[in-house]
Structures are given as C-alpha cells and as structure tokens.
Design a protein. Structure first.
Length: 223
C-alpha cells in the first residue's frame, strides 16, 4: 500500500513561497491501477515524485508498506527506489549509445549482478514488451512507442511491486499510446503490480481502476 498522510509541498522562489500540495491524504492499495489527473500546476507530478522518493514533502508523511520513505536517509531511499519502484517517464530517459538489451542490462551491472544472468533477464523483459526483435537496436532506430515499451521493460528490471508512470503516453500518437496503456494494464494484472500513472488525458485515465483528480494542490475528486 502507498499511503500519503497530510502531505504538503512548498518551494521557495526568491522571497516568495509557492505551495504545490496543500494537504493530500490518500491510500492506494496493493495491486490497484490508479490514475492522477489535473490541470497544469495542480501538483500531480509532484505527488508522484513524493510517492517514489524522488522528492521529500515539506510536511506530512509518505509510506510504502510499513516504511516511511519520506523520513529515510538518502542512501536508504536510493536503495529502496532501485528495488521496490519502477519509474516510467514521458521522455524515456534511456541511454542513446546503448542497445535495447544493454539499456535493460545496465541496472543489473551497476548493482553488481553477473552479466550472463543480467542479459537473460533483459531478454525475458524484451520478450514481455514485444521487443525481442529490437534487442540490438539503438533507441534512435526505434519508434516512440517502442522506446516507451523499452523504458517500461527497464522499469521492470528488479521486479518492483510498484510502477510509477509520469505521462507515459504524452509523446506518443493515439495508436502507440493505446499499446503502452494496454501494456501497463497487463503488467498490473499479470504481475500484481501497483500502478500509479499521471496523465492529462481522460481517455488514458479510463485504463485504471481509480481516478484521483487534483486542483490547486488538493484532491478535488476521487472515483
């Protein structure tokens, strides 16, 4: 379960304090596919980053399971993110000089895993997202939809129980967007992953079990 308890986030801009989240309390149960929607500036991406330990709240707590990740030391939260959370971003964040297989293998190598086992796991993940035939291709030789599926495969490297996706279809056409959404849904159902996805699209939000709408840093609707 992901739990946010009166989570608040503010930033300093010169002499001014800008409030992004004004007190978010919600629970996301294990295995749920939740979507977060809201206009630009509503705080949806900030909330997702707090859930993933990429940022820390100004007040309140974020818990994943029984662990309060908002209070972890930096090295602890780094290890937690690596093993417990898979991130999927709008702009992919792949290394352009590495092949599809190498992009997935890299996290294992950095973690000190044997290369042979890393390559075996990477090949399995390429098969899972329908990219086995692209294993030797660089990202620049792949379509936007294929690159995003590759990013999803990399996010699954350590079999995380949670996938956090920030506008994963934002740079894709409708056909490739649908493929990516269906893939996330299949992973949610087959692997029993908790998925939290930020999106601006009402159509994309329909793929989930639940929609949380933010406005001005607060939950406006939850259905």
């Amino acid at each position: 379960m992901i739990r946010c308890l009166d989570v608040r986030k503010s930033y300093r801009q010169g002499d001014n304090e800008v409030t992004v989240l004004s007190g978010i309390t919600l629970d996301i149960p294990h295995g749920q596919f939740s979507t977060i929607m809201g206009p630009s500036g509503s705080g949806k991406s900030t909330l997702l980053h707090l859930m993933g330990g990429l940022d820390r709240p100004s007040a309140g707590d974020v818990l994943v399971g029984e662990r309060i990740i908002s209070q972890m030391a930096d090295d602890q939260v780094t290890l937690f993110r690596r093993t417990q959370i898979g991130f999927v971003f709008q702009f992919f964040n792949l290394l352009p000089t590495l092949t599809a297989l190498e992009n997935i293998t890299l996290p294992f190598v950095l973690d000190g895993r044997p290369r042979a086992k890393a390559a075996q796991r990477a090949q399995f993940l390429l098969d899972k997202v329908g990219l086995a035939h692209r294993r030797s291709h660089l990202p620049e030789a792949m379509s936007g939809g294929e690159i995003q599926r590759l990013a999803i495969a990399r996010a699954l490297a350590f079999e995380p129980p949670i996938i956090l996706a920030d506008e994963p279809t934002g740079n894709l056409d409708s056909k490739n967007g649908e493929i990516v959404l269906n893939l996330l849904r299949r992973i949610n159902q087959e692997d029993r992953c908790t998925v939290v996805m930020v999106t601006h699209s009402p159509e994309a939000a329909k793929v989930g079990d639940r929609t949380i709408c933010l406005r001005d840093g607060l939950i406006e609707k939850d259905f």
